[in-house]
Design a binder for this molecule. Structure first.
Ligand code: DX5
Ligand code: ZN
Length: 224
C-alpha cells in the first residue's frame, strides 16, 4: 500500500467550535486528507454535537475537502437527505440505529455518495454479511462512541485484522477506517492491523501545531 493510500481524517469534535471554519481550513492546510464530521443526538449516544446546518456553513465558508459524516443518531433515515443536501461526500451510520440497514445504505448510495457501516467495539462482524459488497467504507470504533479523548481499546486490533482479511477477500478497495484514541504513538500498530483511514480528534486539535502532528503520523505510517 503506498503512502497516498493512507488518509488522515481530523475529527471536528475536538476543534474550537467558535472558530470552526478556520479550524477546518487550518487542518486541511496542515495536510489532512478529509474531515471527519461527528453527528451526535443525545439519544443513540449520550452527547450532542452538530447537524447539517454546520456542514452547509463549512461549504459556504469555502471548504471543498471530502466530508466524512459519521452519524451517531437514531433513527438514521430521516436525517440522511439533510446531510446529502448539506454537501456530505460519505455517510456512515451504526447498523444498530437503523431498522432497515439496506434501505439506509441505498438512500446514501442512490444520491451518489459513498456509504459505510460503523462497528462499535461489541458489534459482531456479522453485520458485514450481505452488506460488505455494497460498502465503500467500514468504520471500526476503537472506543465506545459519544465522546472524544478516550483511550484506544487494544482489543479492537484483532477485529481490524479480521475485517481487513474480509475486505481483501470480498471487496478490495473498501476503506477501513478506525475512530477513537488514535495518536502518533499507536497509529502504526493500527495501520499494521490493516486500517487505511485514521480519525484523530484530540491528537490533532488538542495541539497547537497541526502540521507537526500530521507529519509525525505520516512518518509513522511510512515506517516499514
Ligand atoms: C467519538 C467520535 C470520534 C471522536 C474521536 O464518538 O466518533 O470521532 O471525535 O476523538 P479522539 O480522536 O479524541 O478519540
Ligand atoms: Zn467519529
Amino acid at each position: 500500500m503506498s503512502m497516498n493510500d493512507f488518509w488522515i481524517a481530523p475529527s471536528i469534535l475536538a476543534a474550537d467550535f467558535a472558530r470552526l471554519g478556520e479550524e477546518v481550513t487550518d487542518v486541511l492546510d496542515a495536510g489532512a486528507d478529509l474531515i471527519h464530521f461527528d453527528v451526535m443526538d443525545n439519544h443513540y449516544v449520550p452527547n450532542l454535537s452538530v447537524g447539517p446546518a454546520v456542514l452547509s456553513s463549512l461549504r459556504a465558508h469555502g471548504v471543498t475537502a471530502k466530508m466524512d459524516v459519521h452519524l451517531m443518531v437514531k433513527p438514521v433515515d430521516r436525517i440522511i437527505g439533510d446531510f446529502i443536501n448539506a454537501g456530505a461526500d460519505m455517510i456512515t451510520f451504526h447498523p444498530e440505529a437503523s431498522d432497515h440497514v439496506d434501505r439506509s445504505l441505498s438512500l446514501i448510495r442512490d444520491a451518489g455518495l459513498q456509504c459505510g457501516l460503523v462497528l462499535n467495539p461489541a458489534t459482531p462482524l456479522s453485520v458485514l454479511d450481505y452488506t460488505l459488497e455494497g460498502l465503500d467504507m467500514v468504520l471500526v470504533m476503537s472506543i465506545n462512541p459519544g465522546f472524544g479523548g478516550q483511550q484506544f481499546l487494544p482489543s479492537t486490533l484483532g477485529k481490524i485484522e479480521a475485517i481487513r482479511r474480509r475486505i481483501d477477500a470480498v471487496k478490495p478497495g473498501t476503506r477501513l477506517e478506525v475512530d477513537g484514541g488514535v495518536k502518533t504513538d499507536n497509529i502504526r500498530r493500527i495501520k499494521d492491523a490493516g486500517a487505511d483511514t485514521f480519525v484523530a480528534g484530540t491528537a490533532i486539535f488538542g495541539t497547537t501545531d497541526y502540521r507537526q502532528v500530521i507529519d509525525e503520523m505520516r512518518r509513522e505510517l511510512s515506517a516499514p
